[in-house]
Design a protein around this ligand. Structure first.
Ligand SMILES: Cc1cc2nc3c(=O)[nH]c(=O)nc-3n(C[C@H](O)[C@H](O)[C@H](O)COP(=O)(O)O)c2cc1C
Length: 267
């Protein structure tokens, strides 16, 4: 099952072994994708696509040896982005627990080709796909270049992203008690270009999630998708140590500068 171990092990894999995924693993992945739970009620349709059957399912050169993609279609609904980030990241962590490698792909794909391959319906959008397969032992040169460009190893310090009661006081590991590991798992979550736009205020047993954007763009809100990814890491890690809570939209009015409130987790 998915747990902290998968979060620590997960990294973006861009060089694969060029082998089909074992059918029993595919079955397990498909079953998990069918039942995976999400915090909000939005429509998400997943389709696992074998690239060898598809015509010209192009990835932009960085991704080598991959034959399988998890394609996703959503509709323009409230909380679509957070829900998609949360749910897909859980599928990724499950895939990692099966020994598979994955990589979220937004920029490095031709979305029209994938949309055609999954039969995108009216009113649906395809914001991303996930490459999935057996990781190659040696990474390609282009993979290594990409790894450097996106600073994959780097994550922001605790003091930049976690705060105590409001945005004036940073929260450190030592004074976050039983929550420290779950916050650490949130900190290592993936985001596009590794932007890590999540900011969290801890107030007693409540955690208020904010987004700090580089630039607000129209259309699908990828920053909120990254918040959804962070939410999943945090909640899954808490559940692993027997702590449960719920997501609620109750703005504590603590926003500051360009930090925009998204959602709270209440224990
Ligand atoms: C929503 C999303 C989209 C991404 N799109 C791409 C992409 O198009 N191409 C790529 O090579 N990596 C992509 N990445 C991978 C990120 O660059 C990577 O997660 C980040 O640099 C952190 O590295 P790590 O995943 O190895 O921890 C994406 C990640 C996320 C979460």
């Amino acid at each position: 099952m998915i747990a902290k171990e998968s979060m620590v092990k997960r990294k973006s894999v861009r060089t694969y072994m060029d082998e089909q995924i074992d059918s029993s693993l595919m079955d397990r992945l498909q079953k998990y994708t069918d039942v995976v739970s999400s915090p909000f009620d939005t429509n998400i349709r997943y389709e696992i696509i074998d690239a060898k059957q598809g015509e010209g399912l192009g990835t932009h050169g960085f991704i080598k040896g991959v034959n399988t993609f998890i394609c996703m279609a959503v509709q323009d609904q409230e909380r679509t982005e957070e829900n998609l980030g949360y749910t897909t990241e859980k599928i990724i962590l499950y895939a990692v627990s099966l020994g598979l490698g994955t990589c979220w792909l937004v920029e490095s794909i031709n979305k029209d080709h994938f949309a055609k391959a999954m039969g995108l319906k009216n009113g649906e959008i395809l914001p991303a796909v996930v490459a999935i397969g057996y990781p190659a032992e040696k990474r390609s040169i282009r993979d290594k270049a990409k790894f450097t460009i996106t600073h994959s190893k780097d994550r922001k310090d605790w003091s930049e992203i976690f705060f105590d009661k409001d945005f004036t006081q940073p929260l450190n590991k030592e004074n976050s008690g039983v929550y420290s590991e779950a916050l650490e798992m949130l900190r290592i979550a993936p985001s596009g270009f590794n932007t890590q736009p999540w900011r969290v205020i801890k107030s007693h047993d409540s955690f208020h999630f904010f987004v700090e954007r580089k630039k607000k763009k129209n259309g699908f809100d990828y920053d909120k998708l990254y918040i959804g990814i962070a939410m999943s890491h945090f909640e899954v890690a808490l559940n692993e140590i027997g702590i449960y809570g719920r997501w609620i939209d109750e703005n504590p009015n603590l926003s500051k500068d360009n930090k925009e409130y998204v959602i709270s987790f209440i224990i």
